[in-house]
Ligand binder design. Sequence first.
Ligand SMILES: CC(C)(COP(=O)(O)OP(=O)(O)OC[C@H]1O[C@@H](n2cnc3c(N)ncnc32)[C@H](O)[C@@H]1OP(=O)(O)O)[C@@H](O)C(=O)NCCC(=O)NCCS
Length: 137
Amino acid sequence: MEYKENELCYEDYCKLRESVGWLLFSKEQTQKALTNSLYTVIAVKDSQTVGMGRLIGDGMYYTIVDIVVQPDYQKQGIGNRIISMILEFVDKETPIGGRSSIQLIAEKGKELFYEKIGFKLIPHEFCGSGMRKVIRK
Ligand SMILES: CC(C)(COP(=O)(O)OP(=O)(O)OC[C@H]1O[C@@H](n2cnc3c(N)ncnc32)[C@H](O)[C@@H]1OP(=O)(O)O)[C@@H](O)C(=O)NCCC(=O)NCCS
């Protein structure tokens, strides 16, 4: 398996989302979002992109999105490696004396995958629930 940085393209993005039954966004929105990503990782096997992850943010607050491993390649450590590379990127970007906060929304039932690499469930003693609002047009 080969892991590549900042090479996630529109076609692979759509293919991977569809492989796990996720809805797509419009093409225009997606291309803009990919361009605006801070960092992306793809996992490539025999010239096929079989996994991806994407990081967005502003240097203090970061959000991990679009973590997907194609179903027939799951449970082989690929998702774990993708998240680790994203965390390494944020670690390098964080200045001495600074701090970075990394958020994500786990799919129902996938919390343990993230807990195993150090994410804490919220709410907890210092945080309330995560919240979100979706705008549809
Ligand atoms: C969630 C997902 C990214 C995990 O990728 P993966 O490559 O299968 O995960 P890994 O093989 O790297 O697993 C890492 C660890 O998490 C655990 N894990 C993986 N999927 C899990 C799940 N659904 N529930 C609980 N634990 C899980 C593994 O057992 C492994 O633990 P170990 O290190 O103790 O053996 C993948 O299943 C996927 O793409 N699912 C569909 C899309 C999705 O839900 N993405 C997450 C959005 S929040």
